[in-house]
Design a protein around this ligand. Structure first.
Ligand SMILES: [Zn+2]
Length: 87
């Protein structure tokens, strides 16, 4: 019984920690230091999307960056995968 409660508490703490981490990372998303919470980054001007590690992302104008959490999300939004990083 005690073991069970401990496990439950641990899960809760873990969840809370995760939420806090995600919230914090979303806040200090500035320039090239943007955290890797978004794996895909689209260019609002060319309608192409890249892996966040692609070299083209670094050249992209900050105002043109669109963040996607999944490949499907980017494709649904009408974005085309980059031919260099092939996301
Ligand atoms: Zn790319």
């Amino acid at each position: 019984m005690i073991k069970r409660i401990t496990a439950l508490l641990l899960t809760l703490v873990l969840l809370l920690g995760l939420t806090a981490a995600v919230g914090a990372s979303a806040l200090d998303c500035t320039g090239d230091m943007c955290p890797l919470s978004s794996s895909y980054i689209g260019n609002a001007r060319t309608y192409k999307f890249h892996y966040s590690s692609c070299r083209y992302v670094g050249q992209m104008n900050e105002g043109n960056k669109v963040y996607f959490e999944s490949r499907d999300e980017a494709i649904d939004a009408g974005y085309v995968p980059c031919k260099v990083c092939r996301p």
